[in-house]
Design a protein around this ligand. Structure first.
Ligand SMILES: Nc1ncnc2c1ncn2[C@@H]1O[C@H](COP(=O)(O)OP(=O)(O)O)[C@@H](O)[C@H]1O
Ligand SMILES: [Mg+2]
Length: 309
């Protein structure tokens, strides 16, 4: 989905083609809006929450989420991977982990969060995405409260929560992104993926508070290509949105990825010495670096669901 006005798409294109920057006044820096939900009494959190998002589908979010979760678990961290794509959840297919229950069972009060969380042989815990729900906005008040209450338990139990978000701009993605500690924006070097990634950041920036933004260039032909792409999109985000978009790394284009997908085995397990697996290891090290204290941040899930009240 692309919602970028033609003038901005062409600005990005200009920069991508390394032409001189167009002399256009930068957009004003978006104001951070206060989050809607009050911090429920007694909520505390320790987990670092990372939302993995992209403008366009098929750029590699699920592969990055799954393999990053496994790499972090192998580094000794406790990790919960949540398939947060409420419309078209499919991380379970990549993991070949047919969990009997998913988030919809929690929402409907049929199961607790612990009952829908499975522990993968490779280390991370995994929560299958809700099937049969078009949007979290469809939830009624009781369902939301139940989900908040259940998901908030995770925050106290784990080091990392990775959210594999749906592609593009939706209310769910905006809510997850705004509530996370870090948004990992995944793009490929393709112009369509880049323009859609920029469009997503732009919409998110104007829709409220944003977490720190990290960029991962996937399917890069070389480190140099990844750096060029990262530099260009960061320059555009800085210039037109006043946002800092830091490179968190890249994943090289690697035929082992598609091969592992066909085998329904994460590539870090199927081909641990492949180039993409080495890139995931580097990404995991960066993600696992200490982050600044977040003493005043309210509970993540409390805020996410608060956005829908
Ligand atoms: N680094 C890579 N190298 C080669 N192919 C890749 C790479 N990353 C992803 N792919 C291909 O892209 C497909 C879509 O990836 P996926 O993680 O499902 O994307 P998304 O979750 O963003 O829709 C994969 O099945 C794989 O074939
Ligand atoms: Mg996906």
């Amino acid at each position: 989905m692309s919602v970028m006005p033609a003038d901005q798409a062409s600005r990005l294109r200009d920069l991508m083609n390394a032409r001189p920057a167009v002399a256009t006044a930068p957009l004003p820096r978006p104001e951070a809006r206060p989050v809607a939900a009050a911090r429920p009494a007694g909520f505390s959190r320790t987990a670092k929450i990372i939302a993995i998002a992209s403008g366009k589908g098929g750029v590699g979010k699920t592969n990055i989420a799954v393999n990053l979760a496994i790499a972090l678990a192998h580094a000794g961290r406790s990790v919960v991977l949540v398939d947060a794509d409420l419309g078209t959840a499919n991380a379970d297919l990549l993991l070949d982990a047919p969990a009997p229950y998913d988030l919809s069972h929690v929402i409907r009060g049929k199961r607790t969060i612990d009952e829908v969380t499975i522990t993968l042989d490779s280390g991370p815990r995994f929560i299958r995405g809700a099937s049969g729900l078009s949007s979290a906005a469809d939830l009624d008040t009781f369902e939301r409260e139940r989900l908040v209450d259940q998901l908030a338990r995770l925050e106290r139990q784990t080091d990392f929560i990775l959210l594999d978000c749906g592609a593009g701009i939706s209310r769910n993605v905006a809510a997850f992104a705004q509530a996370a500690d870090e948004l990992l924006l995944v793009t490929t070097p393709e112009p369509t993926a880049l323009t859609d990634a920029y469009a997503l950041v732009k919409v998110l920036a104007h829709s409220g508070h944003l977490p720190s933004l990290g960029l991962v260039v996937n399917q890069a032909a070389s480190i140099r290509e990844a750096q060029l792409v990262a530099d260009r999109i960061a320059a555009v985000a800085e210039r037109f949105l006043g946002l800092s978009l830091e490179s968190r790394g890249h994943i090289l284009r690697d035929q082992h990825v598609a091969r592992a997908v066909r085998q329904r085995t994460p590539f870090v397990l199927a081909y641990p010495r492949c180039p993409a697996a080495a890139c995931i290891a580097a990404l995991a090290r960066r993600v696992d670096s200490p982050s600044p204290d977040r003493p005043d941040r309210p509970s993540f899930f409390g805020r996410v669901l608060g956005l829908f009240y």
